[in-house]
Design a protein around this ligand. Structure first.
Ligand SMILES: Cc1cc2nc3c(=O)[nH]c(=O)nc-3n(C[C@H](O)[C@H](O)[C@H](O)COP(=O)(O)OP(=O)(O)OC[C@H]3O[C@@H](n4cnc5c(N)ncnc54)[C@H](O)[C@@H]3O)c2cc1C
Length: 385
């Protein structure tokens, strides 16, 4: 039984719910040989082969127009697919960003040539993108980015550095937020988004190892990289507005609720056994579900607003702040539960999964915007800032 089966407080239309069984059958097969501590990497797990298999089924770019290689389905169908991928711990990392952000961004603001060149390959799982927003001194204060693209006869010359760029070492392309005019003091003015081919001369990508020993994010250096004339997405100087709208998509999805779900399900399996069942564990299971069910309903409600073309920035911040708090509570509470027991009785795979999620969990409330920044945005929604 999946935890998702207990969470029915949503209004996902029946025709989109109908996709769930087919997706589950595929994922059960695709992840059958992956132990839980590997599946616990969730959307950090990486397999180009898995992405291509998903692409062959039409499950990348599910909401994108058929004319560009997508499946033309609703955002709710994608929600079902994404939830199931997260619940199985499928290795979605390679196509994740291109599917969620880059291809929709190109479709919304890009030129016809950009749409035709990039989007069908994204949908086939053949072109992977990373997000180049953060810099060493521009994380929360994103408007102070210094990486600069200067126009020249052949297009733009790019100089600067990005950091914490997830999967830059595996991706073909980065969509980078860069300064195309003015100075850092101009803040939001003069910023643009450009597509950077990461195989170009002058690009250096250096992976960074995290606490768990994984190397999923990178430093990326640009040293006089000659970009073509067709790299701008949208109008010059519109980067800030585009990035802000993109972040609402990044912050409200099921990936902000389910990062610890593989661990939770593993632990539930143990609690269902005679030696695993205790009163306090049963209480904890109820507590987690009490928080997960309304959160999922909130996340689906934000999805509805996005589908209507609205930009629910404060609502998305609420989902991320509450969701990542729960994602971090789960490993801490499970550790407390397990460490109160006799160590010899504990399943090793469960402990390995707990170890990984515990090490990964500090990042849950950093990636995509920190807790402090989200709380500031929520306060702004109350007219306090
Ligand atoms: C796993 C992971 C993956 C990531 N992937 C990407 C990626 O693919 N692409 C990308 O561009 N970035 C990525 N990031 C970077 C992430 O977006 C930044 O780490 C985040 O925005 C915070 O920026 P910073 O690290 O510079 O910290 P800082 O902005 O220096 O913040 C340090 C601390 O100060 C607090 N703080 C800062 N400003 C304020 C304020 N005004 N009020 C109150 N408190 C404040 C912050 O909350 C934080 O606790 C990733 C990060 C992680 C952890």
């Amino acid at each position: 039984m999946s935890t998702l089966d207990s969470l029915s407080l949503t209004r996902i239309p029946a025709q989109d719910e109908a996709l769930r069984a087919e997706v589950r059958a595929f994922l059960a097969q695709a992840t059958r040989d992956m132990p839980a501590h590997v599946r616990a990497r969730s959307w950090g797990g990486y397999s180009t082969q898995f992405s291509r298999e998903l692409g062959a089924r039409g499950w990348i770019g599910l909401t994108l127009p058929v004319a560009y290689g997508g499946a033309g389905r609703s955002a709710f169908a994608r929600y079902v697919l994404v939830e199931e991928c997260l619940n199985f711990g499928a290795p979605v990392g390679s196509h994740w960003i291109a599917d969620r952000q880059s291809a929709p961004l190109i479709l919304k603001y890009g030129t016809e040539a950009q749409k035709q060149f990039y989007v069908p390959r994204v949908c086939r799982g053949e072109a992977f993108f990373c997000i180049g927003m953060s810099e060493p001194n521009a994380g929360s204060d994103l408007a102070s980015v210094k990486t600069r693209a200067v126009p020249n006869a052949r297009g733009f010359v790019l100089n600067g550095q990005k950091i914490w760029t997830t999967n830059a070492h595996h991706c073909e392309y980065m969509i980078a937020l860069v300064r195309t005019s003015g100075t850092s003091e101009d803040r939001h003015k003069g910023l643009s988004q450009v597509i950077v081919d990461l195989s170009l001369p002058g690009v250096t990508v250096r992976p960074i190892e995290d606490l768990s020993g994984d190397s999923h994010f990178c430093e990326v250096f640009f040293d006089n990289v000659q970009l073509g004339p067709d790299v701008l997405i949208g109008a010059e100087g519109q980067g800030w507005e585009q990035v802000t709208a993109e972040l609402a998509f990044e912050r409200s999805g099921p990936e902000r609720l389910f990062s610890s779900i593989v661990l939770f399900d593993q632990w539930l399996d143990y609690v269902r056994t005679p030696q695993g069942r205790t009163d306090s564990a049963v209480q904890l299971a109820g507590k987690v579900l009490t928080q997960l069910a309304p959160l999922r309903a909130m996340s689906v409600a934000v999805q509805e607003k996005l589908t209507r073309g609205e930009s629910p920035i404060v609502e998305a911040a609420l989902v991320k702040e509450l969701g990542t708090t729960l994602e971090q509570m789960i490993p801490a509470a499970i550790a407390e539960d397990l460490f109160a027991r006799d160590a010899e009785d504990l399943p090793v795979e469960l402990l390995m999964t707990l170890k990984y999620v515990t090490e990964a969990s500090p990042a849950f409330s950093l990636r995509g915007g920190t807790r402090d920044i989200l709380r500031g945005m929520i306060a702004r929604g109350l007219g306090l800032r």
